[in-house]
Design a protein around this ligand. Structure first.
Ligand SMILES: Cc1cc2nc3c(=O)[nH]c(=O)nc-3n(C[C@H](O)[C@H](O)[C@H](O)COP(=O)(O)OP(=O)(O)OC[C@H]3O[C@@H](n4cnc5c(N)ncnc54)[C@H](O)[C@@H]3O)c2cc1C
Length: 467
């Protein structure tokens, strides 16, 4: 029989008695709210939801799950909830109440507890003239993002966020609190930096900050109909940019939501977004070839680095989204044509956003000190998404995303990017074979019984394969 927490009221009471945090069961009035993820399209049906408040709570839930034949999955925000498989027999541990942030300006490091969204770190670091390797969205979780790699606006200069991590504190399947770093259980430290949440429940993470306080950044908006010309020009332009520049080319069809500024609502554009770690003079000179194309709107200016959290115009709160990503070896003129045939002007595309992020620079450079995701070996990372408020829209958007991926098939890179793969894929496709084998050994060493469910799971090596 499948173990279930709700089998008797006594069992859920027993778990409640172990915790300072809150346990919400399917029979509780708060259930439907408790099981919501940031991505409202995800219909999460775990055995129970636990809002942990401390490391002790995390240890108690992990021990309880192990002793009662249940599994555990951790969620900071639920931005990636569509990538999870079934949560039957699983306790969904929400870390949203663990919100401590500490900045050490002398060491140039930050420590964030498991439930901290990027905005809270970026603002705290900025008070000291420092920047974190945050992603595009203010409310994406520091932990989930970093465990999967972490590609932000400073990436081409400083690399993936996972490789700026200096320590990870996590509770392992045997209920131990481990602080892993390059000296303490270094193989685990390697695995968690890019291997996702398969190895334990992270309670806090510590990472490097960088001395950047201002950047030259903004967006050039062009009419959607100019998509081919602008994406082609952007593609050519990125060849000439230094690692101080990280940019994206994007098709954007603003939804009719009240959160979208009125002048943009229902409007479609092809846009170029970029951040230059430079002063205005240098940035403006580099941008000039794109400016000469005559944008209808140009927002480039010197901005405080923490304001990069708004550059990408990500939704300000939970939305129902369906999307997926892929990586491309290159964006040739033929690839631009293939992309636009499915998602460009006149295609009837229901996709709100199709973005292409420029990789290369430090994102392409591996170092022996890196974790499991050292570099992304591709020219561009693509993410396409549509709003999916009902089953019909889900089907429509999924079909278009699939068609887009198929159309770009000839340019697909060997491995996808973990954080942009927003569907329940196994971990295997994101790593070179040797790396995946190493991760499997770590899974066998730390969680052979697969207590932890995670996005893009790593499966344990069989006993006979473990040396
Ligand atoms: C609007 C938006 C913008 C984005 N922008 C970027 C971007 O700029 N760059 C980029 O690289 N990615 C980006 N992403 C992808 C994002 O990095 C992933 O969705 C990431 O997993 C989100 O982390 P989270 O903690 O917010 O999500 P969650 O859904 O809460 O967590 C994702 C997964 O991380 C693991 N996890 C989370 N917390 C823990 C924990 N405490 N212990 C162990 N495992 C844990 C679990 O496996 C979980 O399923 C974006 C996504 C969205 C929706």
């Amino acid at each position: 029989m499948t173990p279930t927490l709700a089998a008797t009221r006594n069992e859920s009471t027993a778990l409640r008695d172990l915790l300072d945090g809150e346990v919400v069961m399917p029979s509780d009035p708060a259930w439907d709210e408790a099981r919501l993820a940031w991505n409202l399209a995800a219909d999460q049906r775990p055995a129970a939801v636990v809002f942990v408040e401390s490391v002790d709570d995390v240890v108690a839930v992990v021990d309880y799950a192990r002793e009662n034949g249940l599994r555990v999955t951790a969620q900071g925000t639920g931005h990636f909830a569509n990538s999870l498989d079934s949560l039957a027999d699983t306790i969904l541990v929400k870390t949203v109440r663990m919100r401590g942030v500490e900045i050490d300006p002398d060491a140039r490091t930050a420590r964030a507890e498991a439930g901290v969204p990027w905005e809270e770190v970026s603002l705290a670091a900025a008070e000291h003239g420092l920047a974190a390797l945050a992603g595009s969205s203010p409310d994406v979780g520091v932990v989930g993002y970093t465990l999967g790699g972490g590609l932000g606006w400073l990436a081409r200069r400083y690399g993936l966020a996972a490789n700026s991590v200096v320590a990870v504190e996590l509770v392992t399947a045997d209920g131990r609190l481990v602080r892993t770093d390059r000296h303490n259980e270094p193989e685990l430290f390697w695995a968690v930096r890019g291997g996702g949440g398969s190895f334990g429940l992270v309670t806090a993470i510590e990472f490097a900050l960088y001395p950047v306080s201002e950047v030259y950044a903004g967006i050039l908006f062009f009419p959607f109909e100019r998509a081919k010309e602008i994406l082609s020009a952007w593609r050519e332009w990125v060849e000439s940019t230094s690692d101080e520049v990280t940019s994206a080319g994007r098709l954007l069809q603003f939804p009719p939501f009240s959160e979208v500024p009125e002048q943009l609502r229902r409007q479609s554009f092809v846009i170029v977004e970029a951040a230059f770690i430079s002063d205005e003079e240098v940035g403006a000179a580099l941008l000039q070839p794109l400016r000469e194309l005559g944008p209808v709107m140009d927002t480039f200016a010197m901005i405080p680095v923490e304001d990069l959290r708004h550059l990408h115009m990500d939704p300000p709160g939970p939305v129902p989204g369906v999307g997926d990503g892929m990586t491309l070896v290159d964006l040739t003129p033929e690839a631009v044509d293939a992309l636009l045939a499915v998602a460009g002007p006149g295609s009837g595309s229901p996709l709100v956003s199709v973005e292409l992020r420029q990789l290369g620079g430090a994102v392409a450079q591996e170092s022996p000190a890196d974790g499991a995701v050292g570099a992304i070996d591709a020219g561009f990372a693509l993410f396409a998404v549509g709003m999916a408020a009902d089953a019909e829209l889900v089907e429509l958007v999924e079909a278009r995303v699939d068609a887009l991926k198929a159309a770009l098939g000839p340019w697909t890179a060997a491995r996808g990017y973990f954080n942009f793969a927003d569907s329940p894929e196994e971990g295997e496709g994101f790593y070179p074979p040797d790396t995946y084998r190493g991760l499997q050994w770590m899974k066998a060493a730390y969680d052979p019984g697969e207590l932890f469910r995670a996005s893009h799971p790593i499966r344990p090596a069989r006993r006979s394969e473990v040396v």
